[in-house]
Design a protein around this ligand. Structure first.
Ligand code: ZN
Ligand code: ZN
Ligand code: ZN
Length: 389
């Protein structure tokens, strides 16, 4: 998936509604606990999905530093949000007072990294947000030369990987919204239209069905379907084409949808296509059925991969089976060989095996699945058949 374009700096401190103060307070407390367990004194989190998760603050990082200074449990530093003076008014909707976070503003011409250093309480090891701009990472290194830097991702993923009930509800709503777009595919996917035209119609429908934007729209017709991360092109859809449609975007809460279906346009596909598709469909089904607490991420990958390999198509399945999803469209846990993490209730990820025949056609089936107490819940529920439109 391609990422959504970053929002402009002017939007960067927009607060996002919906997450209760109690939930935010709990996330901040647990982040401090996990940081301490990771031998980190201080988390430094710039705008991005980690900050959205912890404080409900949206937007992207830019050249002016905004940074949450969050001490690990036991470290002597006050929690603070360093923010450019001109952006402070945008924080009016964020319950920083209630969360015990001091707002520290800085004016153009000051060095905000030194301000972080003043607040930091002499850390020996600090962890910076994975997506922090390098300019800020190096600025903080200069301002805190005694402190070793690590990534905050391993701390934050322990929280973000396990979705709470409200997050699962958002992912479920996102799944239903993108299902409604797939339900309308007959309106969009018509012979004579180019992939780009089809993609524009789908993008409008993604927004019309409740997303804030269409973050990615893959329309892979005919041979283009053999390129898993194809975008759109000026190729005209022709009768008999097999078309991979992989689409998604964020809801207003920030939680993403991501769902792939493969369609046949205007004509029954060839028997060889039907045969390979049947293998893929069975593999996807088997993989989803394997989801339960305690199963490893790599076992879910293997459950999809083995039947495809047994059918002699192993070298046609050229990517991992899936990725976690939440405030980011790709996040932990990754469903891939070598990832032995045990699944737990609340983990949410895609199960999206595919088969790709270079120069000819491709197919992929993708559902988001959330781990429940007993097994897995599919959040996408449109037909998994090779539907002929
Ligand atoms: Zn992808
Ligand atoms: Zn995906
Ligand atoms: Zn996808």
């Amino acid at each position: 998936m391609t990422a959504a374009p970053p929002s402009s700096p002017a939007e960067s401190t927009g607060a996002s509604a919906g997450v209760s103060i109690e939930l935010l307070a709990d996330r901040l407390r647990r982040a401090g606990d996990v940081a301490a367990r990771h031998d980190v004194d201080l988390l430094l989190i710039t705008p991005g999905t980690d900050l959205r998760y912890l404080l409900g603050i949206g937007g992207e990082s830019h050249e002016r530093l905004t940074c949450l200074v969050l001490p690990a449990t036991g470290h002597r530093a006050p929690p603070a949000l360093v923010v450019p003076k001109l952006e402070a008014p945008g924080l009016a909707g964020v319950p920083l007072d209630e969360l015990g976070i001091e707002v520290v503003t800085w004016a153009d011409g000051e060095d905000p990294h030194l301000l972080v250093s003043d607040l930091a309480g002499g850390p020996t090891r600090l962890a910076v947000a994975d997506a922090m701009p390098a300019a800020h990472v190096l600025g903080l290194r200069d301002a805190l030369p005694e402190a070793a830097q690590a990534l905050a991702g391993p701390v934050l993923r322990e929280l973000r990987m396990r979705k709470d009930a409200a997050e699962v509800a958002e992912l479920r709503a996102a799944g239903a919204a993108i299902d409604r777009v797939h339900a309308r595919m007959g309106e969009f996917l018509t012979p004579g239209h180019t992939e780009a035209q089809v993609g524009a119609d789908i993008a409008a429908a993604i927004v019309a069905e409740g997303h804030t934007s269409a973050a990615f729209v893959i329309v892979g017709s005919g041979p283009n379907g053999a390129s898993p991360h194809h975008d759109v092109s000026d190729r005209e859809i022709a009768p008999g084409d097999v078309v991979v449609i992989d689409i998604g975007g964020p809801l207003p809460s920030g939680y993403f949808s991501d769902c792939t279906r493969t369609y046949a346009v205007g004509a029954e596909p060839a028997a060889s296509v039907r045969e390979a598709y049947a293998v893929l469909r069975a593999a996807q089904e088997r993989s989803v059925a394997a989801v339960r607490p305690g199963a490893t991420a790599e076992s879910i990958d293997a459950a999809a991969r083995e039947p495809i390999a047994d059918a002699g198509l192993g070298d046609r399945f050229i990517h991992r089976t899936g990725h976690g999803i939440g405030l980011d469209v790709h996040e932990e846990p990754y469903i891939v060989a070598g990832n032995a993490i045990a699944l737990e209730p609340g983990m949410a990820f895609s199960v999206e095996p595919g088969v790709y025949f270079a120069g000819e056609w491709g197919a992929r089936i993708e559902d988001i699945v959330v781990v429940t107490e007993e097994g897995g819940e599919r959040l996408n529920n449109r037909s998994h058949d090779l539907v002929v439109l």
